[in-house]
Design a protein around this ligand. Structure first.
Ligand code: SAM
Length: 225
């Protein structure tokens, strides 16, 4: 692998097009301060989420996995004035840190962080008629990724973009005998997409400041396609 060159190019891109302001660097620092793992998306991936959101005029966004709010801030900044983002986080301590970071970024009025297990909160969103979302970012625990994607479809409309992070896992997905539940979880989702007629989907490999990984990009098809 060419980690060194991937890192240099990633830094070149982020220095041009993915520049973090103080609210974002403070968010990254808050993770160290609070003993929270540094597993946020990269700056370039945050910018990528913004590009995707703007391309589909996203006004209503759902995120699974808030951590300290880093990806939440990137996404909330790409919302229109009356836009709304709901982010689901299992750990109340992480959610409290994220709320502070989001407030520091001046985005509290647009962001609703809900605390609990995503598989418990998703049916509540359905029951509350929060759907449809225009953009859904799945970045929580990996074993139930297929179930998360199925819920995302229920909470979508034709044209909704669904993005799922960490679905390549340094190529570990190539191992059909993997016993890693995270790998098995993303394999189950990746492979289900082959026959899923509800979406047009692909997987983009990613390299750079984060390990070799990848994202599913899926768009919900118009009915009848
Ligand atoms: N999206 C964040 C970012 O880029 O800044 C990173 C999210 S981190 C990779 C995954 C998050 O999902 C962690 O904060 C973890 O606590 C949360 N999580 C794990 N299992 C969960 C579950 N069952 N329901 C909701 N959140 C969960």
């Amino acid at each position: 692998m060419h980690e060194d060159i991937f890192l240099k190019v990633d830094n070149y891109i982020s220095n041009l097009l993915g520049i973090e302001d103080k609210a974002l660097t403070d968010t990254i620092r808050s993770l160290d301060d609070e003993g929270i793992p540094q597993i946020s998306v990269s700056a370039n991936h945050g910018k990528f989420l913004q590009v995707l959101m703007i391309s589909c005029n996203a006004k209503r966004v759902l995120e699974l996995g808030t951590l300290g709010g880093y990806s939440t801030i990137w996404q909330a900044r790409a919302l229109p004035e009356d836009g709304k983002l709901i982010s689901l986080e299992m750990d109340p301590r992480y959610a409290a840190v994220a709320r502070k970071n989001i407030e520091n970024a001046g985005l509290s009025s647009k962001v609703d962080i809900r605390v609990g297990k995503a598989l418990d909160l998703l049916p509540v969103l359905l029951a509350e008629n929060e759907a449809p979302f225009d953009f859904i970012f799945i970045d929580a625990d990996k074993p139930p990724y297929k179930e998360y994607f199925d819920y995302a479809l229920k909470l979508s409309r034709p044209g909704t973009l669904i993005v799922c992070d960490n679905v390549v896992r340094e190529a570990k997905i190539l191992d059909p005998d993997s016993t890693d539940e995270r790998v098995k979880g993303v394999q189950r989702l990746n492979e289900s997409l082959k026959h899923n007629k509800q979406v047009t989907a692909t997987i983009i490999q990613t390299v750079g400041v984060k390990e070799h990984d990848g994202m599913i990009i899926a768009v919900v098809n118009r009915t009848g396609e």
